[in-house]
Design a binder for this molecule. Structure first.
Ligand SMILES: [Zn+2]
Ligand SMILES: [Zn+2]
Length: 169
């Protein structure tokens, strides 16, 4: 069997997702045993979820900002302080999706497979998770933003490279 891409080279493995045959070079290309078509497909859905987080974060930022501006509108705080207070609260709100994402990352690495029995307990965990997300998110958001944008760029250039056949032999 020959590599699906390098048709003159013997295949040493197959893609774990679609079964395309892979030569040594193709098999070693990605961390997972996957062909580039499947990597691009997975990356596309990952990109969508990153963009979803950006959209959600922005929406929370705007919502919390407007809410605080509205709450503070009747207070005798100076305008600049109102603005700063609202911005800080908005930043915390916008941080939730990033903190949440980071918690999920940590969980997927440490998950022991235990399930939570009742819905009530589940709800309490959910509340705790939101609170922890805010705390973690406030610190992690700049880092997560940087990481997400870097990832998006990497995935975009990889998809482009594959489309133009930049690495073909
Ligand atoms: Zn594949
Ligand atoms: Zn190959």
């Amino acid at each position: 069997m020959k590599c699906h891409k390098h048709t003159h080279i013997d295949a040493v493995a197959t893609c774990g997702d679609c079964g395309r045959s892979l030569c040594r070079e193709c098999a070693d290309r990605f961390a997972l045993l996957s062909c580039e078509h499947c990597v691009v497909k997975v990356n596309a859905s990952y990109s969508r979820s990153i963009i979803g987080t950006f959209v959600l974060s922005s929406a929370l930022f705007v919502a919390v900002f407007l809410f605080y501006q509205w709450i503070l509108s009747s207070s005798d705080m100076v305008t600049s302080k109102k603005l700063l207070t609202s911005l800080w609260a908005a930043y915390q709100g916008g941080s939730i999706p990033f903190g949440w994402q980071l918690l999920n990352l940590a969980r997927s690495k440490t998950d022991s497979g235990g399930t939570i029995a009742t819905t009530n307990v589940h709800f309490i965990f959910w509340i705790i998770k939101v609170v922890v997300s805010i705390v973690i998110g406030v610190v992690a958001t700049p880092f997560m933003l940087y990481r997400s944008i870097k990832k998006l760029k990497e995935m975009k250039s990889l998809a482009q490279e594959i489309r133009t056949g930049g690495i073909s032999a």
